[in-house]
Write a protein that binds this ligand. Sequence first.
Ligand code: TYD
Length: 208
Amino acid sequence: MFITFEGIDCCGKTTQAKLLIEKLQSLNHSVLFLREPGGTTISEKIREVLLDKKNLKMIQVTELLLFSASRAQLVSEVIKPSLTQNKIVICDRYHDSTTAYQGYGRGLTLGAVKTINRVATTDVLPKKTFFIDITVKEMYDRRTANNQDIDRMEMSNEEFYNRVRNGYHELAKEEPERFVVIDGKQTIEAIHEEIWKMMESLLPMEET
Ligand code: TYD
């Protein structure tokens, strides 16, 4: 079973993915956790190029193709073989990030982005996607509170992030069966409960 986590930066998806994994492992499920971009030797190298603050010359199409190249490698080397072995694969960001960030955020043609997504994923698509939604203001507040170092992507402005967030909402409307939209302002425990309820309902069918 393939599950993804999505949302704008600082939404809490990584924390939630980790909590879900702990829970699944405590019940003896075989789980694999991945993050994008990254997850293979080649994909991690592409990640460095993508997030390096020195790469200010990077044009938007290069960005789109590099995120997609990183994903294509991850799908072929790791995701597909793991799904074949019936593992639960949990990925922190996947193709929806490309639609939201490069398509809606950067303004690249959505049709082209979706075609490239299909090429990169070879139509290996998540069964459920947890979209943890916070406002852009909340994102900035959390960033300030964490006092974290920002990467090249995070140098984008407020309008960009508003478009990205709106993009996620559009995607959730397009695929309401796959998307679970979660209010990211709730407590960590409440969000985990919501995610777990959904996961529990999927597990028996998948595992028998
Ligand atoms: P990362 O440090 O992993 O951030 P996060 O914890 O928010 O996931 O950096 C990934 C950055 O790359 C993040 O700003 C989102 C962006 N991104 C895209 O723009 N397109 C993509 O397809 C993916 C996978 C990520």
